[in-house]
Design a protein around this ligand. Sequence first.
Ligand code: ZN
Length: 350
Amino acid sequence: MASKAQHVPTVDLGGLLYGELREQLLHRRDRLQQAQARGQAAQAARLLEAVDEALARMEQGSYGLCEACHTAVEPDRLMADPLLRFCIDHLPPEKQRALEADLELAAKLQARLLPAKDFQADGWRVAYHYEPAGIISGDYCDLGIGPDNELYFALGDVSGKGVAASLLMSNLSAMFRSLVPLNVPVAALVSHANRVFCESTLPTQYATVVLGKATPSGLVEIANAGHLEPLVVGPNSVRKITSTGLPIGLFRDEPVKSTMFRINPGEVLVLYSDGISESRDAADEEYGADRLAQVAAKCLQHSPREHVAQCIADVAAFRGSTTAHDDQTLMVLQRVQSERSDPAMPLHLV
Ligand SMILES: [Zn+2]
């Protein structure tokens, strides 16, 4: 690890991010010179020196590398402070403590953004499992009720971890909760999220997300932005709902399409993050979506909460003593008989 990338430093940051950081540093340099002229000499001189050192490191090609371990400093932290010289693991102890306090606060905020544990909508019962690998999660999981009693659901995975990923997750959550009551179509919701992401995130960050709407009569519409295929599991069948688009945060005006299908009473829709399907056992074998579908099929008679618990237990048993390196999120949406009659609607069955 220590010798890695000692002479290829800024490549990891990406050209765009590098350019942005350089611009930021030059801008700060101007401001500091102005401050110096206004008489804040001592402080400005010290910071000017730090900015010049950072610019010199850019010239030499060592910018963005931790001075202790020579691996790349986290890009989101550099964007917040382009003068950083150490990665998270090599911060001085007092800065480590301040960072931990920030992370814990972010974790509390994140927990408060999660939907109710046992969620019910007309024709549907839902449960989920949400487990960060670290203090905070980059996964996103949300539920809501639309103006016509439809169930809205979302599950996603923001690239990277830490505070930046959790902030993006909060962005998604705020957008979901403000637009769902307005009866916005699912494809438009994902389009909107894509634009917000493209405009507000680092060039290195993107997210995959499945966002859908389910009517009381079992019609489901899904827009999938590059996320893992949702599973429709029945007593004798498993259907994978194939992805319909690119992850959000990559291309601003990329159109988003949705897919429609029906789920019958007794069937479940299973959404999951890669922390579930890409769990590995001691022999480095991957858990996989097929294994998840098999367990899900065995649990159809259970309540959604029990269903989720059984699936998570199976993943944990498969993993054995190996630790989870990624956030794990699993959502089970169980179709139950609606109190309302079944309206006839045109749809493409998949
Ligand atoms: Zn380091």
